[in-house]
Ligand binder design. Structure first.
Ligand SMILES: Nc1ncnc2c1ncn2[C@@H]1O[C@H](COP(=O)(O)OP(=O)(O)OP(=O)(O)O)[C@@H](O)[C@H]1O
Length: 351
């Protein structure tokens, strides 16, 4: 029998993924990664729900304590990024370094198995001509999580299965109900796990970063107001500046070195190009000449046409056909050809 390790967070998606594979005749092992202390979506309650699902399906359940890796790769990464004036995206980094790589390693070394599965909404296919695993958007475009998976290596894609890639979310719930799974009606998570477990990103950051008062200035350096730490701001932010002005003002720059938040009108938060670092070419090998693609600069942003110009050291320059509002250093830019993820990386700070 084919063996597969299914990552169980205690939510409906991963529960249904495990049930589907179990029903298809796989030997399924449930694995929950213990990510952080205290209450949280996948911690405490999540682990108990995952154990319950495994009992319902009659499969083994294992828990791996990975809190130190999560602390270093996600919590410390976020805190140092925000204090340097960028807005880091934790999810793609978490998928690669906290979830997929450790799960594949555990499956191979401890369970003698080369396959893992998750409840992510995305698809993987093998292109025999290019000999590459390709990452594709999910059929349910509203749930599609391919944006967060752009950083997976060929080795990790080769080892992974996404049983929900062809499903609508409503189908997942229906299947979970058919199997009578305890998690069938469990509510959706609404936000980042750290935001859910701390109440807000501000509350999470306040646990690690002391307030640091400074000036809010315009592009000419004129002081317009006060802030309590650059880590509380993000590029493109309009609300919460506490400045009365005739025209709406937006954050257009974060100068962590001089502890200044720079604001300006909307046009000043609009750029026609940016550079991206730590690029991972997913479905295609790195091209040697510029390519055209559709780029998403945020999870929910509309894909927009752009030219991707390869640079040295895993970097690219993105030149957008139309200028884009609020290109945010630290967030991921992910470029697609129709449904296919070509590559992605982290938006660099503007000089
Ligand atoms: N702590 C964890 N341990 C093991 N696998 C996990 C864990 N957290 C998430 N995963 C896997 O990653 C997938 C996507 O996680 P995400 O946090 O996006 O949750 P989700 O889309 O709400 O899914 P679910 O309904 O399964 O919680 C999950 O379906 C699960 O397979």
């Amino acid at each position: 029998m084919k063996k597969v390790v299914v990552g169980l967070s205690g939510g409906v998606d991963s529960s249904a993924a495990a049930a589907i594979l179990h029903n298809q005749g796989y030997e399924v092992v449930g694995l929950t990664l213990w990510l952080m202390k205290g209450k949280g979506q996948c911690c405490s309650e999540g682990m108990i729900d995952a154990a319950y699902i495994c009992e319902q399906l009659g499969i083994p359940h294992q828990v791996v304590d990975i809190r130190e890796v999560f602390q270093t790769n996600i919590v410390d990464y976020l805190v140092s990024g925000y204090s340097a004036g960028i807005t880091p995206l934790p999810c793609s980094q978490c998928n690669k370094t906290v979830k997929f790589a450790p799960m594949v390693q555990y499956a191979r070394e401890q369970l003698g198995c080369d396959r893992i599965a998750t409840g992510h909404y995305a698809k993987i296919s093998y292109n025999s001509a290019s000999k590459r695993y390709e990452l594709l958007r999910a059929v349910d475009r509203n749930k599609d999580q391919s944006y967060f998976l752009y950083d997976l290596s060929q080795d990790l894609l080769a080892a992974s299965v996404f049983p929900l890639g062809d499903f609508q979310k409503a189908d997942t719930r229906r299947i979970a109900a058919e199997y009578n799974l305890k998690t069938a009606d469990k509510p959706e998570s609404q936000d980042l796990c750290l935001v859910e477990s701390n109440g807000s990103m501000r509350a999470f950051l306040d646990k690690y970063l002391a307030p640091k008062k400074g000036d809010i200035v315009d592009g000419d350096g004129k002081v317009l107001g006060q802030h309590d730490g650059v880590h509380h701001y993000t590029i493109g932010q309009r609300k919460g500046l506490g400045i009365a002005a005739a025209e709406p003002l937006y954050v257009i720059g974060l100068d962590a070195v001089n502890n200044k938040v720079i604001v300006g009108d909307r046009t000043l938060a609009t750029e026609s190009e940016c550079t991206v670092q730590r690029v991972n070419w997913v479905s295609i090998a790195e091209p040697s000449t510029p390519i055209r693609a559709e780029v998403q600069i945020r999870y929910r942003s509309k894909p927009v046409p752009a030219t991707i110009i390869p640079l040295e050291d895993y970097r690219v320059r993105l030149v957008f056909d139309e200028p884009q509002f609020s290109i945010t250093p630290g967030q991921a830019a992910v470029w697609y050809e129709k449904e296919k993820v070509l590559g992605g990386g982290i938006i660099e700070q503007f000089s």
